[in-house]
Design a protein around this ligand. Structure first.
Ligand code: G4F
Length: 345
């Protein structure tokens, strides 16, 4: 039986990874999360009572809780998906981002080195590390030019993972993951914010009620979006290489927020036109002439990453990883889920 600790198990990636690993009856998963007075367990509710799943209280900012978990379990794998992952919030809480996303990783590496050196470690890196990009598409050799405290915290973690690998032989990898989404995505991220709003507007239109438009910030930034379910498979492949090596996971395509908006409304049979420009631009319902979307400068960031576009060729060629879900299918799946419509992959 392989024992695996997954931190951040209540989040999108952690819960999907738990689902994926539990399909193999040789895996026992310890799902680690912080204690909250009001738990947010909706993504793992279905795992409670599973004979090979156990919840574990662990806080990445508390080294002793990490030491204790590793001392007790001495896991075969430690997959770190816990992070302060909302880029937009990182200017408001830069210290917390650095403590969780970088110091937390260092606590894990120290614990593994001192207590359980056989443990394989994965840390979630981010395409935000590339930031103000120099060339496209971005591959694993692209320089780190972060534009946010979040991006800087992930760069620092990346370096420390490499240092432990090279200094102590720790089997540690850091995948650089481009944006990955799905029906478990948090509602503060732009994709889920869009699909939730599309569902709300669709339902209001259908029942003849008035509705407020959705409000977004920079709709011209571009991201390389994938399905998070495809990525957890890639992460597991990365962890199971004979010797540890970092990889980029991406769809190898880039799309603007604007394109995501158009496709999401289209998936709910709502067609719109863009009218105006800059802060007064709006997406207007072709049928009723009402605003579906307006721009709110409050959602702009102090510094933006304008374009992310990944090159995951090495992961595809060397690990044999292939993503299954296209961009348009991902949008349709998320809209259908928020509308409670059936959807077949
Ligand atoms: O959905 P987002 O908040 O994701 P972002 O910043 O790209 O970060 C995500 O992907 C990273 C990998 O590249 C992860 F490391 C990170 O943890 C996270 O998962 O924003 C996407 C884009 C940005 O350009 C943002 O400015 O959407 C733009 N945007 C426009 N209006 C908005 C909004 N983003 C949010 N969250 N909310 C808006 O109203």
């Amino acid at each position: 039986m392989k024992t695996i600790i997954i931190t951040g198990v209540t989040g999108q990636d952690g819960s999907l990874m738990a689902d994926y690993l539990l399909k193999d009856t040789n895996n026992f998963v310890y799902g680690a999360c912080r204690r909250l007075s009001v738990p947010n367990h909706q993504n793992i509710e279905h795992l409670k009572g599973h004979e090979r799943f156990k919840l574990l209280e662990l806080d990445l900012t508390d080294a002793e809780s990490i030491n204790e978990a590793i001392r007790q379990i001495k896991p075969d794998y430690f997959i770190n998906f816990a992070a302060n992952s909302f880029v937009g919030n990182s200017w408001k809480m830069p210290i917390n981002h650095m403590q969780t996303n970088c110091m937390g990783v260092l606590y894990c590496l120290e614990a593994i080195k001192n207590i359980s050196p056989h443990t394989r470690f994965y840390n979630a890196g981010s395409s935000e590390q590339f930031g103000d990009v120099s060339y496209s598409p971005q591959d694993i050799n692209h320089p780190f030019k972060p534009r946010s405290p979040y991006g800087a915290s992930k760069c620092a973690a990346h370096h420390i993972v490499k240092v432990y690998r090279e200094s102590y032989g720790t089997h540690a990898v850091q995948g650089i993951l481009f944006n990955h989404e799905g029906v478990r995505r948090g509602e503060e991220f732009v994709t889920r914010k869009i699909t939730k709003n599309v569902a709300r507007i669709y339902n209001s239109k259908r029942s003849g009620e008035s509705f407020a438009p959705m409000e977004l910030g920079n709709i011209d930034s571009k991201r390389d979006w994938s399905d998070a379910q495809d990525f957890v498979r890639g992460v597991w492949m990365m962890l199971n290489q004979d010797s540890p090596k970092d990889y980029v996971l991406s769809a190898n395509e880039t799309h603007s927020v604007r394109e995501f908006v158009e496709l999401a409304f289209k998936a709910a049979f709502i067609e719109g036109d863009w009218i105006g420009e800059g802060l007064t631009e709006r997406f207007v319902d072709k049928e009723t002439g009402k605003d579906l979307l307006i721009i709110n400068p409050a959602f702009y960031r102090p510094a933006e990453v304008d374009l992310l576009w990944g090159d995951s060729t090495p992961a595809r060629q060397e690990l044999g990883w292939t993503p299954k879900t296209s961009f348009s299918k991902l949008v349709e799946k998320m809209v259908a889920s928020d509308l409670h419509w059936p959807y077949n992959d």
